[in-house]
Design a protein around this ligand. Sequence first.
Ligand code: HEM
Ligand code: HEM
Length: 185
Amino acid sequence: MSMNPMPQPAHAAQAAHPARYDAIARFFHWVFAAGILYTSIAGYTLAQLPDGAGRDVLSHLNMSLATVLIALFPLRLGWSFVRTEPHALPGVPRLQRLLAHGVHAAIYAVLFVVLTSGFLMVPKGYAFFGLFEIPTPFAKGPLTDALFVVHRIGCALLVALIAVHVLAVVKHQLIARNDVLRRML
Ligand code: HEM
Ligand code: HEM
């Protein structure tokens, strides 16, 4: 009987592509999920609040937390290019896989717009958790007003994309029952 020293293609593919995302990708995913959940709720709450001390505290907390996401964003993006992707979910048609990739890429792109517009639209800088001042480049004017419009549109788009993303996860978990959630836990 002859032994075949070459690995079988299926086994090789499984070894090269693990069953779930690595620890760094999972860490980034859940830090951003929590951060975006908080900043969205706080942002839409701020939009309703009248001027006052309470509003200022919430606004500074919001900007400070969003600043942490600004610092982490390039690391998350960079890691998404170098990490080893998990193997494709079994039984998911090619078109749906492409759609999922498209939504993930759109989330990164819109998040970039939301973070940059948010930072650039703040006039006169802001205090990072009350510790030190972070300067911003523009005085209040038509440019910062336009950036606020970009920020608002970006936030609405981000909420919509994340809703599609979470609904897709729920559908795969509960209806297709392919245990997609385990890939990110
Ligand atoms: C409760 C909320 C969420 C759940 C249950 C969830 C779950 C998941 C799961 C299971 C995956 C793996 C999908 C796959 O393997 O095809 C995934 C990937 C992904 N999710 Fe979420 N997610 C949530 C919120 C978010 C939020 C708020 C964002 C926005 C930043 C986000 C962005 C992504 C991205 C970009 C990926 C692709 C992998 C990566 O590059 O990190 N998710 N999510
Ligand atoms: C994860 C990223 C972010 C999310 C999800 C987010 C979300 C939001 C939302 C939902 C609003 C309310 C928009 C509306 O009125 O329709 C808002 C407003 C605002 N955001 Fe962001 N934001 C993010 C990043 C940032 C950053 C990086 C900054 C600045 C450092 C910032 C500063 C502000 C300010 C100053 C407002 C106006 C709040 C007010 O009415 O006084 N945001 N944001």
